[in-house]
Design a protein around this ligand. Sequence first.
Ligand SMILES: Nc1nc2c(c(=O)[nH]1)N[C@H]1C(S)=C(S)[C@@H](COP(=O)(O)OP(=O)(O)OC[C@H]3O[C@@H](n4cnc5c(=O)[nH]c(N)nc54)[C@H](O)[C@@H]3O)O[C@H]1N2
Ligand SMILES: Nc1nc2c(c(=O)[nH]1)N[C@H]1C(S)=C(S)[C@@H](COP(=O)(O)OP(=O)(O)OC[C@H]3O[C@@H](n4cnc5c(=O)[nH]c(N)nc54)[C@H](O)[C@@H]3O)O[C@H]1N2
Ligand code: SF4
Ligand SMILES: [Mo]
Length: 678
Amino acid sequence: MPQVLVPTVCPYCGAGCQFFISVEKERATGIEYMPEHPASEGALCSKGNASLEVLYHQDRLRYPLKKTGDGWARISWHEAQELIVRGLGGALKKFGPERVGFLSSSKCTNEENYLIEKLARCLGSKNIDNCARLCHAPSVVGLNRTLGAAGMTNPIPDLANSKCVFIIGSNLAENHAILSRWINRAKDEGAVVIVADPRMTHTAWMADIFLQLKPGTDVALLNGLAHVIIKEGLIDKDYIAKLTRGYDELVEAVKDYSPEKVSEITGVPADDIIRAARAYAISPTSAILYSMGITQHCTGTDNVQAIANLALISGNLGKPGSGVMPLRGQNNVQGACDMGALAEFYPGYKKADDPETARFFSAGWGRGSLPVGRGLTATEMIDAAGKGDIKAMYIVGEDPMNSDPSSNHTHDALEKLDFLVVQDIFMTATAQMADVVLPAAVWAEKEGTYTSTERRVQWSRKAVSPPGEARSDLEIVCDVANHLGLDFDYPDAAAVLAEINRLVPQYGGITRERLDGMGLIWPCPDKDHPGTPILHSLGFKLQDGRASIMPVQYRAAAENASWDYPFILTTGRVAVHHNAGSMTRRSPSLIEREPELFVEINTNDAARLKIADGDEVLVTSLRGETSARARLTDKVKKGVVFMPFHFSGTNKLTTEVTDPEARIPEFKVSACKISWRD
Ligand SMILES: Nc1nc2c(c(=O)[nH]1)N[C@H]1C(S)=C(S)[C@@H](COP(=O)(O)OP(=O)(O)OC[C@H]3O[C@@H](n4cnc5c(=O)[nH]c(N)nc54)[C@H](O)[C@@H]3O)O[C@H]1N2
Ligand SMILES: Nc1nc2c(c(=O)[nH]1)N[C@H]1C(S)=C(S)[C@@H](COP(=O)(O)OP(=O)(O)OC[C@H]3O[C@@H](n4cnc5c(=O)[nH]c(N)nc54)[C@H](O)[C@@H]3O)O[C@H]1N2
Ligand code: SF4
Ligand SMILES: [Mo]
């Protein structure tokens, strides 16, 4: 049989790179590059290149499983559905839908997320969320409030047009690797690059100005930049007058943030703050890129608003080379949010607490009444489970045991549930806690759309068949819905997309017929619309078309170093692993490069503790302890240590404190101590 090339979207990060899977005799045999792709231009990072390694892994879930006294038993799909009717359906009847929770997956397609959202709401539950809660929830809150939309404002290739790229709290060189190419291109054309990060990362190596701030002090830094821009008259007066409100309040709010004072809080030299402010505001076009270093704080929403303020006072929105860019993490976290897998929204960001929203969808879905009001977020569901308030959960493609903060707390909560069903491609730590585990097909084994960080909606084709009896999430969810008394009659993803086209205005014109090729960028309201690469070019979708400048004040992180816990632990990522690691730890070429959990410690701190490079140490916080291999480095400053969360252990340490509005945990600041492993 001849070789066939099947176009597909990378299953790892939100950059949305496409490539071809070559298929021979119904087996995926290799990758071919796609130079015509607008964002990746045929390039892939190490994870994209290794993505096929998970397809035929021996650990893939092949059959539905149920927990037995001494392990797991293979069961039929029929029995699995019966157990779900008894467990999930039983909890719905006995305790009511408000005590049942759903986690949807930002690894799944838009069509699958839409159906999981529809399933939860039609069963009467408001409790649906996805891993955006642990990721960009503050962007959803903060940018909707300031700019009226939470997406990345400009497309990836537009970065090349920027004359100043300000990267704050993002290690894109490792985590959105393909973006570095565009920033290097901007640099070649003379752009200034500013990086603000507590660690000297691969991204920081690209910087002309590097601001190595203390973790959790971003509001102070950003207000300091606004202070200098205002004081030196570098604002865009016309833009402020025509398109914003709230400027005077900002002037008042930042007047005490002199470079000297900000330097004391952040540890960044005052001169560098002034240089960065001038570079950002004087440049004709400046873009701000940010990610988890901004959002994963108890001040995450404030941080995001402080970023929007900078862009607004300097008029850096709505034109090429400018913008506010929340770099979305998972391959489809943008889409999972667009499809309403969030406690606050129905599909298309229609507010869940607005009765009109429920009326709109009950008409659209032909359902009598739908729940009105904000549900529990992912983090709140786990807390509620721990208190016995949530009784049953359906978790699709998410691994809270490893990705939520304070794993011991998560473990206790999940253990308390009367019934847990987990749908994944591997037996994760979360699946281990389940009563029933359902085997899902992974991206290359199914079709549908994914929305990348630049809001590009792309169709991914099925290349190969799933292993054993594994089925696509779309098929599984329809089956669950029908067993629970709903009527989900969708033959394929295209049928679901047609319904999305009708009910989600931003996706109105993103039809299956238009999606062969490089996709379309939403909002795309009708079939003739070309898509909208740059947001806000005609003003803002807020009152009078104006954006809101929202002043914020610096508040310290919830935890600080103390006598007992003298280090600040910050957590994050490395290039060759992905999130909780279920896929990349099983990729031979990737695990070989980073085989185990490590902790980066400043060389001076290590010398004081008599710790040598490669020693196994114990890292302890108020919540738990884990061992890790010491890695001595000057990338982190004295008093700060860094651990990736790709191996279980890291999240035993992290704090459960969340941002009061967005409910994102403060993954980036926990106090800890380091000691010898006995
Ligand atoms: N290789 C790889 N790529 C990925 C992922 C992965 O796991 N591995 N995951 C994907 C996902 S889901 C996401 S959300 C993105 C995340 O992508 P990033 O946001 O780039 O990931 P992180 O490494 O968590 O954090 C980014 C940076 O924030 C810095 N930081 C920590 N604390 C602070 C602070 O207080 N202030 C500031 N300014 N910076 C701080 C860290 O030192 C780090 O360099 O990556 C996506 N891409
Ligand atoms: N300490 C610390 N913790 C963090 C972070 C941090 O920076 N520091 N970052 C947070 C962030 S930004 C995020 S996004 C979260 C991520 O948290 P999670 O979403 O829990 O992390 P993943 O490991 O990506 O989990 C995705 C799961 O989906 C499965 N999967 C893959 N494809 C499919 C599919 O097609 N169908 C189904 N059903 N399953 C599939 C994978 O096997 C995996 O188990 O972690 C958060 N946790
Ligand atoms: S940058 Fe992201 S989308 Fe592109 S190949 Fe790497 S992981 Fe995949
Ligand atoms: Mo994320």
